[in-house]
Design a protein around this ligand. Structure first.
Ligand code: ADP
Ligand code: MG
Length: 705
């Protein structure tokens, strides 16, 4: 068992945070740096030198020998290249440990192998990483030693964003500027900054490492490509919030410790719906830091699992037939002096500023539903969205009873005069106090739900960075804020102009609000009547990035250029095609080398047993064995036919043009062929002797962790 630790002592101990900076930097330097962090004032290189030196000394005390610019290329995972602090040896043959301001501020990784979607040809591979001082540096410690990690943005020689962080920072600036205009209109002169706050709940699976190693599909693709359902699934709901088993609890304890050391405020942990599925939620933070921290959460989830002989699966759908994993992106807007713009207060009908913000978000989400959908798309998430477990692929907004009622009053009478009260919860047990209820119940089926003082975007995939959804949210809301501010700044009578605007936006965009069951078929029909887009797959969602509407939006706020958007679309098509290609090839490999040989052996055993039995007793009834042999042989030949077909189809993919055409081919032609191969194999698994089956079953994987 690992040792006990004091949480408040270890929290942030490996972070070059404000406390450390205050302690280790000369006062003037500290103040300059703070100005850069808080106000975006450009940093002087002499200041950077002092900061770099202090950072290096601090990191060396933590055991660091190297530093790295830590960045987030379009692969969706983080990248690092380590450089040691040593200087070139002097005449005495000794080295010094050095780290300059220049090295802190700028790096130049050989960037040719990161996806750029045509933004950068490999022969002009220059890419730069630039220090993002708004996200604190940290020291990562592991068996290999310790590394000072400096969060950075990653751009091309010509300044185009090649990463997830740069557009996020740009979008945060956009929403800050526009939100401040709104606040000023309401007479707020004191707030200096508005920042999106983000808390992303992370779902994951844990499986036993020894079993995992026997599943090539998990190894190559992160999900099972074959697998029959066990007799029990998740129907009893006995795993959700269930007692956490000791092996898992000990994993969670280690994970929390690692996260806390890195200043990640891991807060909530519980078992999720599917067997072997769990969730971790941190306390919300500034979007930029929350995105970095979510990357660290995913990285550490995997790393710590290894120490417990477990493997953490972050794929959106590791197992067919049981729930997949997502990431709920909780989002709100907060001022530097602590005002949450999404807080309705007790009487939302009187809170004009809140109603303006709320209806602005309605307009933003309705106008750019396609972009939000796109931001949550990846090949894994296609198994979830629209399946009967995750939110549907249609974007709609849940507001709940109280706000729904306020909006209806506004739309119908032009005036909202009351807010439904929350009331008290009567438990009927005298020893339990009657607790105060929320004004609104929850809705678990909505992709975009208002939950008290924030919106929860639930479509995001578990393996994805949360950067893209937040880039979209920040920018689409900035756009509406900008339009509103343009209009209201000109208004003669502010009060009546605001009132009219709220009513107008509520009326024009009420179609996006849906408070019912998002999983039902009726809703899909209703959504179609309302004209809401139902974009079923990632490949179908990608074009949303490059519509004239999207280009205008992102260019207006300097978040993406048209070229950057086109490159991102290209990267996503390629990522999709590559992922499905790997899955198909893994299936071919597993079916050909493991499943078919095992089933052939099983048929030989069956035939042998028929012979043996009849040899021992001529008139013994061998109808069961015979039937089984017939059934197995039939499925075996079905498997072989499907395998051959998949092989041909995959081979043809090479003839398709890279990008959209190839991605569509994988979606429309390769995926159905994969399912056609899976079907007979899953049936075989149900009838072939368990000991003869070449890999652990779903039951082994998810019920015996
Ligand atoms: P839920 O409402 O989903 O049950 P919580 O209230 O615990 O759960 O919040 C879920 C996530 O939302 C957590 O990461 C939490 O920190 C985050 N969160 C809470 N308030 C806000 C807010 N104002 N803005 C952004 N995220 C928030
Ligand atoms: Mg939640």
């Amino acid at each position: 068992m690992s040792e006990a630790f004091n949480v408040t002592e270890i929290f942030g101990e490996n972070v070059f945070n404000d406390t450390v900076m205050k302690q280790r930097l000369p006062k003037k330097v500290y103040e300059e740096l703070r100005r850069t962090i808080d106000k975006g004032v450009e940093l002087d290189i002499h200041i950077a030198d002092v900061v770099a030196n202090a950072m290096k000394d601090w990191a060396i005390e933590k055991g660091a020998t190297h530093y790295t610019h830590w960045f987030q290329p379009l692969t969706g995972v983080t990248a690092e290249k380590h450089d040691s602090f040593i200087s070139s040896p002097g005449t005495d043959g000794k080295v010094l440990m050095q780290f300059s301001g220049k090295e802190l501020v700028k790096g130049e990784p050989d960037a040719s192998s990161f996806p750029s979607g045509g933004l950068r040809a490999t022969f002009e591979a220059r890419g730069y990483t630039a220090w993002d001082c708004t996200s604190p540096a940290f020291v990562k410690q592991d068996a290999a030693g310790a590394i000072l990690c400096i969060p950075t943005a990653f751009c091309s020689y010509t300044g185009e964003a090649l990463d997830k962080k740069t557009p996020l920072l740009r979008s945060m600036e956009a929403v800050n500027t526009q939100a401040l205009r709104i606040l000023r209109l309401f007479g707020n002169t004191t707030s200096a900054r508005v920042t999106p706050s983000v808390g992303s709940e992370q779902e994951y699976f844990l499986v036993d490492r020894k079993k995992y190693l026997k599943r090539k599909d998990l190894i190559f693709t992160g999900r099972t490509l074959f697998g029959a359902m066990p007799p029990k699934g998740q129907e009893l709901d006995d795993h959700y919030f269930g007692t956490i088993r000791e092996r898992i609890a000990s994993y969670m304890k280690d994970l929390n410790e690692e996260l806390w050391k890195l200043g990640v405020p891991a807060k909530t942990q519980h078992n999720e719906v599917a067997p072997a599925q769990h969730e971790l939620a941190p306390i919300f933070e500034e979007a930029n830091i929350a995105v970095d921290h979510n990357q660290l959460i995913m990285e550490l989830m995997k790393k710590v699992a290894g120490r417990h002989d477990l493997v953490c699966l972050l794929h959106e759908k590791p197992f067919a037939g049981v729930n997949g994993s997502g990431k709920h992106n909780n989002w709100s807007l907060t001022t530097d002096d602590g005002i949450n713009l999404l807080d309705p207060g007790k009487t939302p009908h009187e809170n004009v500023q809140f109603l303006l913000v709320l209806t602005a978000i309605m307009k933003a989400v309705d106008t750019h539903a396609d972009l939000l959908r796109e931001s949550a798309g990846n090949h894994g998430n296609d198994h979830r969205l629209g399946a009967n477990e995750a939110p549907p692929a249609v974007i709609s907004m849940f507001l709940g009873e109280q706000l729904g009622d306020v909006l209806n009053q506004l739309i119908n009478t032009g005036n909202a005069t009351s807010s439904l009260k929350a009331g008290r919860l009567q438990t009927g047990v005298s020893t339990i106090p009657n607790i105060k209820k929320d004004a609104t119940d929850r809705n678990r089926t909505s992709p975009f739900a208002f939950t008290g003082n924030k919106f929860e975007f639930r479509m995001v995939g578990s393996s994805d960075s949360v950067a893209s959804p937040n880039v979209v949210l920040n920018t689409i809301v900035a756009e509406v804020f900008c339009d509103i501010a343009d209009e209201l700044e000109k208004a003669d009578d502010f009060d009546s102009a605001v009132h009219d605007l709220i009513k107008k936006m509520a009326t024009e965009h009420q179609r996006i609000v849906f408070n019912g069951d998002g999983y039902s078929d009726e809703w899909l029909e209703e959504a179609e009547r309302r004209g809401l887009p139902n974009i079923k797959t990632t490949v179908d969602a990608i074009p949303a990035l490059t519509t004239p509407k999207a280009v205008k939006l992102f260019e207006k706020f300097g978040v993406f250029t048209k070229a950057e958007l086109e490159s991102r679309a290209e990267v996503q098509y390629e990522a999709y095609a590559k992922a499905i290609n790997i899955e198909a090839r893994a299936m071919i490999d597993i079916a050909g080398k493991q499943i078919i040989p095992s089933v052939i052996k099983a048929t030989i055993d069956l035939a042998g047993s028929i012979n043996e039995v009849t040899a021992a007793c001529e008139d013994a009834d061998v109808s069961v064995q015979t039937e089984l042999l017939q059934e197995t042989s039939a499925l075996l030949s079905e498997t072989k036919v499907a395998l051959a077909k998949l092989q041909d189809i995959v081979a043809e993919a090479a003839d398709k043009e890279e990008g959209k055409e190839q991605a569509e081919y994988f979606k429309d032609v390769v995926k159905p062929a994969m399912l056609a191969l899976r079907a007979p194999v899953d049936k075989l698994e149900m009838i072939v002797d368990k000991d003869a089956w070449p890999m652990p079953s779903y039951g082994d994987l998810i019920f015996e962790v």
